[in-house]
Design a protein. Structure first.
Lengths: 625, 155
């Protein structure tokens, strides 16, 4: 295409020698500019995901396809000055590029929104970081009638500028060729005198003089924007206001005061159908009944039947066997569910619906002392409460973080647990399933409402950027899903095995019977469940989903009636979160807060279970009272 | 049947009878003078002095006051024109931003700054604005801090 052919670099050739190819490339840019797509195009989908040291921020790393250089994808950001945890990670990465020979920043910009991208480019210039600027989504810009003068921009900024359509791989070759010519963007920005020095101090990570103006950051951004505006006007024409009609209309409908609700309901319904019915029903049946009951478990029993000594045999293939229970729960029941959930979740993420969900739910969350932004940790909590607890850091005030953490620990089932719960609810009448939902939602809203009034502190303002709705790219969705499933297996499976071993050991030591007797007044007396359910709740201290799976297993073998099922589900959904989550709560919010939360949640879960039991008997559901 | 007219209390707002159209000032002591047994405990109705048609006294009903409050637009505080005053579907140029320094830093980093044109897309469930190619959802509290140039922008 013509845009990429322009300017094959008079920059960098002044010295006559071609500079060496960089060894490390850090991708940087505003959110939703196609960084991940370009990352995939550059690395050829071989990425590893890891948390940036000491943070929850996911960083994708890979090798340049057919090359040696390391490619790092940083979280999207709007300003290099760190205001949030994500931005601090990117700021850190930028600083590391600055201090390292052979490292460059590859800034990815939305060709339609040059003005905001240039705010970052100008900051990179002030930091004197070698940069190449990519104007991505050039096709969309062209469709909107935006004409970009790449050569002019190169002259004005002093860095290589290339156009690309990363989703189709267009322009990727030209970008790779431009990398050795990376330069620090030109830096002669007229900043107002009183903010020039403190802003530079902030950028460089130095202490800011105490007499700096209070609104230093916004005034600095305003000055950068003014300069970016001048450059944009000179080298890019204005967009025609159309845009993709379908995506635009869908994006508006999703936040419509009226139509937004049916759309929200439809999204949740599809999620339930896919994760609950297809994942937890069809897939689990296929893997559990077909593969594990058909082959793996008999095979394990047969294999260990040759082993002398009942101890080893039972350890692996007995009632609480590491293979027959631990692996079978972890791989046959939970894995299909989380794999389907993570796929659905990645689709939602990439479609641009999640911020719109935040808009729709702002009112509900305000009732609970939070704002719509809190929907993101809550939705993430449906994946894993532990990770979600870490992401509550995105909430601006301590009050909001405590409330969100409590609600997550109390009422949000993680993907594995949700899947198991959905599978169990699929066998009871819809009205009984509604009781489960109403009980859990009711407890959450009540507790949130009370917490909002009792806890001191303020609520932060709701500001969320709405990216355009897009059709998710299959490669992005797959890469994300696979990375998350891998992480889940590494984290959950060992705990499943530990949990199984604890049960096995307790059984061997004849302690399981003791615990069952001790738990009987509550489990049988209050909840009306069979006494064997005690073991499930005991193991719930380790992982809630493990406990749910145990109850699921019991119900599948005809051990529970409708009332018992719903009571069990309500109790285990509200039950204290898994041990990993308790650790994280203690780490993030302090030991005292964590202890208070556990001390609060434990009785609430059982009390609510007992209440639901009474309610269901009053309503005439089956089961002996 | 004709009822002798009841004298209105001075100072109240005049009201037109929905039945006969007579304009009168409701209230007053005339009921008491005429010997109504509940007039001493506070009657919650008034009557047209000409035809006797009965109307509820909304001022004496807490429920009616609540409904009235729900349906009356709060008087706009006299102050600068902000995003809240902008009609849905129209544009204006930002004059000034006010709020916490952190919030302002965030808004300006997203491209919302003095001198740029904003377009208001909707106001519920939250305010949604377009700034160039960027769409941002903000709550009312934030929208109130976005002050606009006095002259209306182009539609």
């Amino acid at each position: 295409m013509s845009a990429t052919a322009i300017a094959t670099g008079d920059i960098g050739s002044e010295a006559g020698v071609r500079p060496a190819a960089p060894r490390r490339i850090v991708l940087l840019g505003n959110p939703n500019v196609g960084k991940s797509a370009l990352f995939n195009a550059l690395t050829g989908l071989r990425a590893t995901v890891s948390n940036y040291p000491g943070t929850t921020v996911e960083i994708y790393r890979g090798r340049l396809a057919g090359g040696e250089a390391e490619v790092v994808d940083s979280p999207g950001l709007n300003s290099i000055l760190p205001m949030s945890e994500d931005e601090r990670v990117t700021w850190d990465l930028v600083q590391s590029v600055k201090g390292q020979e052979g490292s460059v920043v590859l800034q990815v910009a939305d060709a339609k929104n040059l003005r905001r991208a240039l705010l970052l480019t100008l900051q990179l210039g002030q930091l004197e970081v070698p940069t190449v600027l990519v104007l991505n989504m050039a096709d969309e810009a062209e469709a909107r009638g935006i004409r970009l003068d790449l050569a002019g921009l190169e002259q004005a900024l002093g860095v290589p500028v290339r156009a690309a359509v990363a989703t189709r791989g267009t322009g990727v070759g030209a970008i790779r060729e431009a990398l050795p010519d990376a330069r620090a963007p030109r830096n002669h920005l007229p900043l107002p005198a009183d903010i020039a020095v403190p802003a530079l101090d902030l950028l460089a990570g130095r202490k800011v003089a105490p007499d700096a103006p209070a609104n230093l950051l916004s005034r600095y951004h305003e000055a950068l924007l003014a300069h970016a505006d001048v450059i944009t006007r000179r080298f890019a024409t204005d967009a025609e206001p159309a845009g993709s009609a379908v995506s635009r209309r869908l994006g508006r409908l999703a936040i419509h005061p009226l139509w937004g609700w049916p759309i929200l309901a439809a999204v949740l319904w599809v999620l339930y159908e896919v994760v609950g019915v297809f994942g937890a029903g069809t897939l689990v049946d296929l893997v559990e009944k077909g593969l594990f009951h058909g082959y793996v478990n008999p095979w394990a029993v047969a294999l260990f039947s040759h082993v002398p000594g009942a101890f080893v045999r039972d350890l692996f293939a007995g009632e609480y066997g590491l293979v027959t229970m631990g692996l079978s729960y972890g791989l046959a029941i939970v894995l299909p569910i989380v794999a389907v959930f993570f796929t659905a979740f990645a689709l939602l993420e990439d479609s641009g619906y999640l911020p719109r969900l935040a808009v729709m739910s702002d009112r509900v969350f305000r009732l609970m002392g939070l704002n719509g932004k809190a929907v993101l940790p809550m939705i993430l909590g449906l994946g894993c409460d532990t990770m979600a607890t870490l992401t509550t850091r995105i909430l601006p005030t301590r009050k909001e973080r405590v409330i969100a953490t409590l609600l997550l620990a109390l009422g949000i089932p993680c993907s594995a647990q949700l899947g198991v719960v959905l599978a169990m609810l699929a066998v009871v009448p819809a009205s009984a399933a509604a009781i489960w939902f109403a009980a859990v939602a009711g407890v959450m809203v009540t507790v949130g409402w009370l917490a909002a009034r009792l806890l001191p502190g303020e609520r932060g303002e709701f500001v969320v950027e709405l990216p355009p709705m897009r059709l998710p790219a299959l490669s992005n969705v797959l890469a994300k899903t696979v990375a998350r499933v891998e992480w889940y297996l590494k984290e959950a499976l060992p705990l499943f095995l530990v949990g199984t071993f604890v049960l096995f050991a307790l059984d061997r030591l004849h302690l399981l019977g003791v615990i069952t007797r001790v738990g009987e007044p509550v489990v049988t007396g209050v909840l009306g469940l069979p006494r064997e359910a005690s073991a499930a709740f005991l193991i719930g201290f380790l992982r809630r989903d493990f406990a749910a799976t145990r109850l699921f297993d019991m119900s599948r073998h005809g051990g529970l009636d409708v009332t018992q099922l719903v009571v069990a589900m309500v109790t285990i959904t509200l039950f204290i979160p898994c041990i990993a989550n308790v650790f994280i709560i203690a780490k993030e919010r302090g030991l005292k807060t964590a202890a208070a939360m556990v001390g609060f949640i434990f009785p609430v879960a059982f009390a609510m279970g007992g209440l639901v039991r009474l309610l269901m008997h009053a309503l005439g559901y089956g089961g002996a009272p | 049947m004709t009822t002798p007219p009841l004298a209105g209390a001075p100072g109240g707002a005049p009201s037109a009878c929905p039945l006969c159209g007579f304009v009168y000032v409701p209230g007053g002591d005339s009921c008491k003078e005429r010997g109504c047994p509940i007039a001493f405990g506070g009657c919650a109705t008034w009557h047209c002095p000409r035809c006797g048609y009965t109307m509820p006294d909304e001022e004496k009903s807490a429920a009616a006051r609540l409904v009235r409050r729900l349906f009356t637009r709060r008087p706009r505080p006299a102050g600068p024109r902000t995003l809240v005053d902008l009609a849905t579907g129209t544009s204006a140029v930002v004059e000034r931003l006010s709020g916490e320094p952190d919030l302002l830093a965030r808004l300006t980093a997203q491209g919302l700054a003095p001198g740029v044109e904003v377009h208001l897309l909707q106001r519920a469930p939250t305010f949604v604005i377009e700034v160039g190619e960027t769409t941002i959802a903000v709550e009312r509290r934030v929208a109130e801090g976005v002050e606009l140039h006095a002259e209306p922008g182009r539609p």
